[in-house]
Design a protein around this ligand. Structure first.
Ligand SMILES: Cc1cc2nc3c(=O)[nH]c(=O)nc-3n(C[C@H](O)[C@H](O)[C@H](O)COP(=O)(O)O)c2cc1C
Length: 340
């Protein structure tokens, strides 16, 4: 890893260190409540927002889209867009909200995103991406990064990915996260596009070897810290984990600070649940509902005794009127065996 990515007057080494392990941006999943919970499991891992589009940031309800808790740092916002001026404005606004990084989505294959000519389809337009990131860098005191695929449709990844990285890094991006599979823009749903196109990890490692000064994170199909450690030991700078971190956050995050960063103690999912209670109370007191938070905590005990009862109790009852922290404690007693 190039320690201290210095661009202009900015030193981005701290956030680059956090990027050794990140939880992927996931629409409808990695909202602020989810991130708050994940942060209780790891102090160090970099957390990403769901994608927010640049038109929504510029013209929409900003607080609803961008507000987050100070406890979530280090946290990166992911933008979707392809209009350089609009992205630049959205970047400026996001930086004002206090995000530590602004990431441009060049990997999302959904129809809605394609119609806006951004997301994975941008793999076909590296010059436009270079123009976008140059404007974003000019507008931003925080680091601009890119999350991309290895190609789309009929593209040949070994040709287009190096070309993409060359162009976009020449515009000033020093940190990339590469989802190591193509997106097929016709014929596959977004969900299928996360499983069916084959993974090509060696290509991502090859990119790192070609550009040793860039910070390269790998993403796609990585489910455990053992796998993450292997990629890091083989020379990559970072590993991004999506679905496994959401469905089984304790396995991915509880030992991450010690194993990936060499700092801190292991955390405990039951303690993290208890530490969520004041946050939940505050959400409820502002008119929020319990399930809006607990839906992100259903996997907290995945694979452990009591996990099914925990999940069932919360999924069946947290949506009821008046459901509160006592339900969380009752569900927790199914796992710990203690009534608190
Ligand atoms: C429910 C869901 C929503 C997603 N939303 C986004 C998104 O907003 N932006 C993005 O770049 N990728 C998105 N992704 C893709 C993930 O960031 C990640 O690249 C993908 O899931 C592969 O990593 P994994 O195998 O570790 O899950 C989403 C994935 C899922 C499962």
């Amino acid at each position: 890893m190039s320690d201290g990515n210095i661009i202009g007057n900015q030193n981005f080494s701290l956030i680059s260190k956090a990027a050794r392990l990140s939880v992927a941006p996931m629409m409808d999943w990695t909202d602020r409540h989810c991130r708050y919970f994940h942060r209780l499991l790891s102090k160090e891992a970099l957390l990403y927002t769901e994608m927010v589009t640049s038109p929504a940031v510029v013209h929409g309800k900003r607080d609803q889209l961008l507000a987050f808790s100070d406890a979530e740092h280090p946290v990166a916002v992911q933008l979707g867009g392809s209009d350089p001026k609009e992205l630049s404005e959205a970047t400026r606004i996001s930086a004002e909200y206090g995000y530590d990084e602004v990431n441009l989505n060049c990997g999302c294959p959904s129809d809605r995103v394609q119609s806006g000519a951004f997301g994975a389809v941008l793999m076909k337009s590296p010059d436009l991406v270079a123009e976008c990131v140059a404007e974003m860098i000019a507008a931003s005191p925080v680091e601009i990064t890119v999350k991309c695929r290895i190609g789309v449709d009929e593209q040949v990844p070994h040709e287009v990915l190096p070309d993409f990285i060359e162009n976009v890094s020449a515009a000033g991006v020093r940190r990339f996260t590469i989802h190591a599979r193509k997106a097929w823009l016709q014929g596959l749903s977004p969900k299928e596009n996360r499983d069916i196109p084959p993974l090509d990890y060696p290509l991502v490692h090859q990119i790192k070897q070609t550009w040793p000064d860039l910070h390269i994170s790998i993403n796609g199909g990585i489910a455990t810290l053992d796998e993450a450690e292997k990629h890091l030991a083989e020379g990559l700078d970072g590993v991004m984990i999506g679905r496994a971190a959401y469905h089984n956050p304790a396995d991915v995050l509880c030992e991450a600070d010690r194993r990936i960063y060499g700092t801190g103690e292991d955390t405990d999912a039951a303690q993290a649940v208890r530490d969520m209670l004041p946050y939940i109370e505050s959400h409820l007191s502002q008119g929020g509902r319990l399930h809006q938070i607990t839906r992100h905590m259903l996997g907290a005990f995945a694979g452990r005794p009591g996990a099914r009862a925990w999940r069932r109790k919360l999924s069946e009852e947290a949506n009821r009127d008046g459901a509160g922290t006592e339900l969380v404690l009752a569900a927790l007693s199914e796992v710990t065996g203690f009534t608190e």
